[in-house]
Design a protein around this ligand. Structure first.
Ligand SMILES: CSCCC(=O)/C(O)=C/O
Ligand SMILES: [Fe+2]
Length: 202
């Protein structure tokens, strides 16, 4: 390989992100803008969205997953399978997953099979579509507005991790008064860089 060639981040094979178009077409379609506008995983980190690529075929013995869980205190684990066949009350659930909402704790999802889209708001309220595929693990920070949909493959099996007893309650937008939202805004929207406050709306 040529020395100046940039090595691809291995996470990008299982997690890709881009700005969405404004069309009302099927939510399971990619909804790329024209031309496509990709968002890097580093840009996601700046919004508090963390990501890893893991070995989904060996999650039971994976030392890297074990370390993430230990380092971040993720004591709870279960699985959530989303498909028309597997998820009870599928229509109702898929509708509620796609309502813009936040949680008062991190949302941690690891795709061990299948794929799906987690949409997150950037600092200027634009939707970023995060495509999570088998082997991708993402952490959405407490207080970030987001939503979830399956893609056209109609199937994901996600490991859900949590610190302590899980709380899955979604707070549909607007819930700006919640401490978790205010803390998110302070840390990632109006974040201080050097001497200057970066204001999203500016
Ligand atoms: C793939 S897990 C189902 C989606 C979910 O749990 C959630 O909270 C989406 O925001
Ligand atoms: Fe959520």
């Amino acid at each position: 390989m040529v020395a100046t060639e940039k090595m691809q981040d291995p996470r990008e094979e299982v997690i890709q992100a881009w700005y969405m178009d404004d069309s009302d077409e099927d939510q399971r379609l990619p909804h790329h803008r024209e031309p496509k506008e990709f968002v890097s995983l580093d840009q996601l980190t700046e919004l508090g969205v963390l990501s890893w690529r893991l070995d989904a075929d060996n999650y039971e013995t994976d030392e890297e997953l074990k370390k993430i869980r230990e380092d971040r205190g993720y004591s709870y684990m279960d699985f959530c399978e989303v498909s028309p066949e597997k998820l009870p009350n599928y229509e109702e659930k898929i509708k509620s997953f796609f309502e813009e909402h936040l949680h008062t704790d991190e949302e941690i999802r690891y795709a061990v099979a299948g794929s799906g889209y987690f949409d997150v708001r950037d600092r200027n309220e634009r939707w970023i579509r995060v495509w999570l595929k088998k082997g991708g693990l993402i952490v959405l920070p407490a207080g970030i507005y987001h939503r979830f949909t399956l893609d056209t493959n109609n199937y994901i099996k996600a490991m859900r991790l949590f610190v302590g007893d899980p709380v899955w309650t979604p707070f549909n937008r607007p819930h700006d008064h919640l401490p978790a939202r205010q803390e998110y805004v302070k840390a990632f929207v109006h974040k201080e860089t050097g001497d200057h406050a970066v204001d999203a709306a500016a």
